[in-house]
Design a binder for this molecule. Structure first.
Ligand SMILES: Cc1cc2nc3c(=O)[nH]c(=O)nc-3n(C[C@H](O)[C@H](O)[C@H](O)COP(=O)(O)OP(=O)(O)OC[C@H]3O[C@@H](n4cnc5c(N)ncnc54)[C@H](O)[C@@H]3O)c2cc1C
Length: 418
């Protein structure tokens, strides 16, 4: 008797996990296809992070679905090997293996070619179709009106998502051309890529784009913040050598084609009058230089607008020589701008000469810590904080700001590592 009850319970769990897997899979495909649309509301980075976590839940439900049926019927092979004399069940089993393949490809996304990734994306629609047929024709509750309602909503969502994605890709294919104009070295390991554009990209200072290089099999898209101001004629990206892609980007020649998808992200200035505090680490200065360039352009146009916001920049670098845009930042003499450089290494490495024996007034040794924030931001609770830099900087500054009673709504963070 107990065995029968347990078997029924396992069967029920198998059914529910199947429904959960189908709904989760539909949501995953829909959110992936329409991510660019939702960017303006949630930010693409958050959607990508959500998808990564959510795909694990989906995988769990997908796995539990056959496992509980196997446990319930004490039969492994019936749910592991497709038997095409029972087509809806066989399609469900095939869908399971297709799902495993797509998951594997997502994990290897950065290593496989973009073309292969696009084919795999088409496979997700096949996966959805197989799962839908399986659920509709095989699920033991599939006749119930509410389940059929779920299937119809899921189908409509996936079709709408696919249409949105297709029209986006077509528009992009016929969009403007982006060509390398010049490449300038900024510091030992950073350079600025200037790109000419046929039609100016509409973006807000602080947003990022995906770059792709149609060469060297570097098809995967890589995100980079736009360092130029929105009104500039050319697009500028300041890039730190981090690996294979950035290395190739640093070797681009004038006239070479670059594929740009964007702009994305919600790391831009919110309207209001509160003073701004920019906290940057290393190459995390890029969104701030775009914002500063924009405010300077506005300043020049209107001769110190009444709306110009007070900005304090706390910029952490490893050494004096690693400060990116130092000359440009030093040249900003506007009354609304205050800056301080923090250097984590002030001693010259053995055998090497430090560029400046004595640090200038606006350079301090150390990290951006509570003391520094208190010293340069007299009223932290009344300011808006924008943070962009390495994980360690981001986490420690967020902790300090919470201690200083800065509301969460006044803290904006851009992650460079998803
Ligand atoms: C929103 C955003 C804005 C960014 N803006 C800038 C910028 O203005 N300047 C700059 O120098 N860097 C920026 N980055 C970081 C930049 O995208 C990575 O350094 C770059 O993609 C590394 O590629 P790689 O092949 O040279 O190095 P790899 O050796 O492949 O990777 C180095 C590290 O970069 C990250 N990374 C690699 N590939 C990707 C990818 N496709 N998507 C996301 N992260 C990846 C990984 O965390 C990895 O550990 C930004 C990242 C994000 C998410």
């Amino acid at each position: 008797m107990e065995t029968i009850q347990l078997s029924a319970l396992f069967w029920e769990i198998g059914q529910w996990s199947g429904i959960a897997a189908f709904v989760a899979l539909s949501l995953l495909i829909f959110s992936g296809d329409t991510a660019r649309f939702w960017d303006r509301f949630f930010g693409l980075d958050r959607i990508i992070k959500f998808q990564r976590k959510f795909s694990l839940w989906t995988a769990l439900f997908v796995l539990l679905h056959p496992v509980f049926f196997m446990l319930s019927r004490q039969n492994f092979l019936a749910f592991a090997i497709p038997d095409f004399s029972v087509p809806p069940l066989a399609l469900g089993i095939v869908a399971f293996y297709v799902f495993a393949l797509v998951m594997l490809a997502s994990l290897l996304y950065k290593r496989i070619s973009h073309l292969a990734w696009q084919y795999i994306h088409v496979v997700t629609y096949l996966l959805f179709a197989l799962s839908l047929i399986h659920a509709w024709q095989w699920g033991s509750d599939s006749g119930s009106w509410w389940l059929q309602g779920i299937y119809i909503i899921a189908l409509a969502a996936v079709v709408c998502g696919a249409i949105y994605r297709t029209q986006y890709k077509i528009r992009q294919m016929f969009g403007g051309k982006f060509l390398v104009k010049s490449l300038t070295r900024e510091t030992a390991d950073t350079f600025t890529l200037t790109i000419s554009q046929e039609e100016p990209l509409q973006f807000r200072a602080g947003q990022f784009c995906f770059l792709r290089l149609p060469k060297d099999s570097l098809h995967a898209r890589h995100p980079f913040t736009i360092a130029s101001a929105p009104a500039e004629q050319d697009l500028r990206f300041t890039i730190k050598n981090a690996g294979r892609f950035t290395d190739s980007a640093g070797k681009l020649k004038k006239g070479e084609k670059v594929l740009i998808d964007g702009p994305f992200g919600r790391f831009y200035l919110r309207d209001g009058k509160k003073p701004l505090v920019f906290i940057a680490g290393g190459v995390g200065i890029t969104p701030f230089i775009s914002m500063l360039r924009e405010q300077i352009a506005a300043d020049n146009l209107h001769n110190r607008q009444p709306s110009a916001r007070d900005i304090t920049l706390l910029y952490g670098s490893r050494t004096f020589n690693d400060i990116i845009f130092k000359e440009e930042l030093d040249s900003i003499k506007a009354p609304w701008f205050k800056k301080i450089y923090l250097l984590s290494e002030t001693k010259a490495p053995k055998g090497k000469k430090q560029a400046t024996a004595k640090l200038p007034k606006d350079c301090l040794p150390g990290y951006i810590d509570e003391k520094i924030i208190r010293r340069f931001v007299p009223d932290p609770a009344g300011a808006l904080f924008y943070i962009c830099g390495p994980e360690a900087l981001k986490n420690s500054v967020k902790k300090i700001l919470r201690q200083l009673k800065v509301p969460r709504s006044a803290i904006f963070v851009e992650d460079f590592f998803w």
